[in-house]
Design a protein around this ligand. Sequence first.
Ligand code: ADP
Ligand code: MG
Length: 697
Amino acid sequence: MQTVSDYFGSMVFDDRVMRATLSEEVYRTLKKTIDRGAQLDISVANAVANAMKDWAIARGATHYTHWFQPLTGITAEKHDSFITPAPDGRVIMEFSGKELIKGEPDASSFPSGGLRATFEARGYTAWDPTSYAFIKGKTLCIPTAFCSYGGEALDKKTPLLRSMEALNKQAMRILRLFGNTSVKCVRTSVGPEQEYFLIDKEMYDKRKDLIYTGRTLFGAKPPKGQELDDHYFGVIKPRVEEYMADLNEELWKLGVLAKTEHNEVAPAQHELAPIYSTTNIATDHNQLTMEIMQKVASRHGLVCLLHEKPFAGVNGSGKHNNWSMATDKGVNLLTPGETPYENAQFLLFLCAVLKAVDDYQDLLRIAVATAGNDHRLGANEAPPAVLSVFLGDELTAVLEAIENDKPYSGKKKTQLKLGVDVLPLFQKDTTDRNRTSPFAFTGNKFEFRMLGSSNSIACANIMLNAAVAESLKQYADRLEGTEDFAAALHLMIKKTIKDHKRIIFNGNGYDEAWIKEAERRGLSNYRTTPDCMPHLLDKKNVDMLTSQGVYTETELRSRCEIMLDNYCKAVLIEAETMVDMSEKQIIPAIEKYVFKLCETAISKKNFAPDISCDYEHGLVKKLSTLTERAAAFTADLKESVVHVRDFCDIISQANYIRDSILPLMTSLRAVVDEAETKTAADFWPFPTYGELLFGVR
Ligand code: ADP
Ligand code: MG
């Protein structure tokens, strides 16, 4: 039998394959490009392309594609076959270095937020040799970046790579200040934990809301939800287990380090976590994971829901972005070291993150803003829309001691002097792990928990890397050239703690009292996408992101436009779906049941005039009232959807949608959900929450 180690990565053109299929010289040159971004000569590219093609064909591939991540948030691919006509009428299989390095997809249908209008009509894709090519189905996929001819990024990967480079540059300056001359680069690593729901395909097919919008727009609460917490880490059902086994196998073949799987809090909810990897690879792998999750589900008669809030009243799905910085020597810069010197360095990097999260709360909120995630942030299972950092009691006490030049009690009442004392190792405290914090330090990494389950992790990491790079830059600017490094360092750490301690919060993030406290501290609280998104263009944000070389101002304008446009489209599709379901399915179903009730009452009266028909009478009256109200809300909703066109700019459109359309949707839903509880099951036109959530056995 084949073992996992036999087939792990078997569909990936990885280092092992490169070494085996490329000549010594080509391999060395390519490696230089991968490790140091050196330019690739066309003859080398030709050799790599040829080896890739032979390897892929031997594994059944017939096509290749430049695999990229446009601003839609999902991946895109256009397949070209390897075939080239031969003079004798047959075909040969060819793939050139030019085709490997650069592609020209017809980009006109991807969102560009006006970018392509101002530049060139077409975009091109450029090979990202740092992420391995792989085979999916019959296609060799080449991870690429997607740009306009003017060089403006039309994708999520280009700014991500730029942000990694920005952080690398500034972190290296800091490490040099600490006398570290051997490190060649600093990379950020990410391990994204992915939550999802699995439901039965047959039931899914009966719900237009799930089909069109990925979430249920109607649905009364079932008698049992997640009250008992009996699903969390519970026994995995056989059908789900088979799904997970199949999923793992597919992911492992693609070199994705799928590691942990378990049931989540809500019924039908599960989680998959990979072992962490370099950020751009983790991003590619997370996109692949989401895609494969859905594909494998359909093989098992299931549907994998990645929407962040598919069901009201039960937990939504998020993605925990575990993030750290490490040197090429494998040293994690967020692990307190064993010598005082390493500890001072650790504290500086820790402070850089604190400062970054405080200074750019808005950017981190923006990075996770979607119509779907708005339902989750602020609800009682997800972190609130307010950003704060959880450090745990021990580390917080250390920072307080430094700030006040006071003894640190954990260290035998000695005064903590940077560069002199050794810090305790901050183990992830398993007994007191804060699950409500949006941004938690967990021993040697930060866990950013605001991401929605369908988000690409690129945006969050772009903002995080850029903001931390900015903190480090400011530190390096100040520390380079000081006479007394240790003293300057100490002062700077103290100042950071003093200036940014408001962002530290170790309590319960779901508590309403915290939201008030956060307001008092001056932390921002953007509840919705239209609230936060325009701040992307605030001067301080544009200045930082452009000076770090992560985005141009034009690119930022285009992102703002696209994200608001996505928000509007998502909600409008939901509104139209609700109208459709209400008019074509729900109201007719209730009417049918009302008719049945009336018929029953009439028959009863005919049968025996003295029989009371109070039950039918009461129910008919109640349901008729609900129908009237549902019809009225439906009509209002229909009208307001048309009214959106009266607003000419996207910000007013988004605001109108938030203030007028979403509340109407809530009202319509409330009436329909009440009617559902009063309508006989046989008459209800689609599967209920109970059936959806408990239907997979
Ligand atoms: P949990 O948060 O469920 O307790 P872990 O802390 O073990 O689980 O890991 C959660 C995720 O964090 C995993 O994907 C893991 O690979 C990732 N992770 C662990 N260490 C790091 C690190 N240094 N940098 C980034 N991610 C990490
Ligand atoms: Mg976690």
